[in-house]
Design a protein around this ligand. Structure first.
Ligand code: PLP
Length: 399
């Protein structure tokens, strides 16, 4: 995708909007899988960007699906249900029963509590299914089961005849930079899996979320883009567990495949500081570690002056969104060339979480458009601008 595509988006569709580059996403998936070799399969954590789930399903083995809403997206997108790993800390009984009834053992279910275990056993029994289950091991927070509980469940697994305990799941957090931490976590899982053998149990799957780091701010030391992944891949042959390893990855796959476009709608100098007001804001673009907007993400400026610039020289601008909070600063001191109303700012690496994690309802502003791009089909609108004001008032009132 080049500047001409961005220009076309601004002219035909307007801002704010996201563009998700499907070619780039596909290439990224292929590159990551190539580095991992055949020792690990990819499980795309769709929470990073649900708009990419269909494309992902064509290139990866599994999809981590974390809510009934995400599951409904998978159904609508027509992804193969056998790829779904149904995860999540809150699995309501009605949702579990719906999925078990309709899809049974095609789906893999994670278990994060005794209640989830019970509900799955009941649903499996009622619908006469033997459900593949991964026990999620906690890293000390509200997610997953304690190690003791995992051992106890595996020890008495025959009391759950409707469940097939295929293995363990582990994910402790995102944006992990240090290979040492990843190695420790991997070895922890390895030890636990090995320990469970004393119950006559042999796992078939280790589902592991490494939470690989994505560099959002080019000022960070940039070496080989895939260095961390390569180091992680080099650990895999050391793992004695010889069965399947699935790597749950979200941000690492999706971040670089999206850009966010927002345009300058106003401009001022207040007390000597330059402010550009843009039509988007922090509710739509989200860089992990963006706190106080002190770091500069990868960006470009598309010129289209529609109003006399307030200064003529190159200046560093505070880029503020349209929300009613002083926190709505996308970036401070962004160097721009003759910035003026009408210019568009293109923020890169906006493919993960931005589209879903923002506080979309604040100030009842509209949700931005979403476009797909690939070379074969060009640009297409897949979600139009959506008004949210209907969601922020008594829903019984019409008009
Ligand atoms: C269980 C689980 N797996 C995988 C992920 C994806 O993490 P990341 O986007 O850092 O790859 C998450 C993110 O919250 C998660 O909760």
């Amino acid at each position: 995708m080049d500047m001409n595509v961005y220009q076309e988006v601004v002219e035909k569709f307007g801002t704010p909007c996201y563009i998700f580059d499907l070619d780039r996403f596909r290439d990224r998936l292929k590159e990551v899988q190539e580095i991992l070799g055949n020792r690990a399969q990819i499980c795309y954590a769709m929470k990073a960007n649900p708009f990419l789930v269909k494309e992902a399903s064509e290139w990866v083995d599994h999809l981590e699906v974390c809510s009934p809403g995400e599951f409904a997206i998978c159904e609508r997108a027509g992804v193969p249900v056998k790829q779904v790993v149904l995860s999540g800390v809150n699995k309501e009984e009605k949702d579990i029963r719906y999925i078990v009834k309709h899809y049974g053992e095609q789906v893999t279910y994670t278990v994060e509590s005794l209640l989830q275990l019970d509900n799955l056993q009941k649903a499996g029994k009622d619908f006469q299914r033997k459900l593949p289950v991964l026990l999620r091991v906690t890293s000390g927070n509200q997610f997953g089961l304690s190690e003791e509980l995992v051992r106890s469940i595996i020890g008495k697994r025959s009391s759950y005849p409707a469940l097939n305990f295929i293995g363990l799941q582990y994910f402790s957090g995102t944006q992990k930079k240090r290979i040492g931490v990843l190695e420790e976590e991997l070895m922890y899982m390895e030890r636990l899996l090995c320990d469970l053998e004393k119950y006559g149990y042999e796992a078939e799957v280790l589902e592991f979320g490494p939470g690989l780091y994505v560099e959002y701010f080019p000022g960070d030391t940039r070496t080989d883009e895939f260095k961390l992944l390569k180091e992680f891949a080099a650990l895999l042959p050391k793992v004695h567990f010889k069965k399947k390893i699935n790597l749950e990855l979200g941000r690492y796959l999706a971040a670089s495949c999206g850009i966010y476009l927002t345009s300058i709608v106003d401009q001022k100098i207040n007390n000597g500081k330059g402010f550009c007001i843009v039509d988007g804001g922090i509710h739509q673009v989200n860089y992990f570690g963006q706190t106080m907007a002190m770091k500069i993400p990868a960006y470009r400026q598309l010129k289209k002056c529609v109003f006399q610039p307030v200064t003529e020289k190159d200046t560093a601008w505070n880029i503020c969104g349209s929300l009613c909070t002083i926190n709505d600063i996308i970036v401070k001191k962004l160097p721009l060339h003759d910035a003026s109303v009408g210019d568009t700012l293109v923020f890169e690496n906006a493919g993960a979480y931005s589209v879903t994690e923002g506080m979309a309802l604040f100030l009842s502003r509209d949700l931005p458009k979403v476009l797909y791009y690939d070379e074969a089909k060009g640009l297409r609108l897949v979600r139009d601008r959506i008004e949210t004001n209907f969601l922020n008032y008594d829903s019984r009132v019409k008009n």
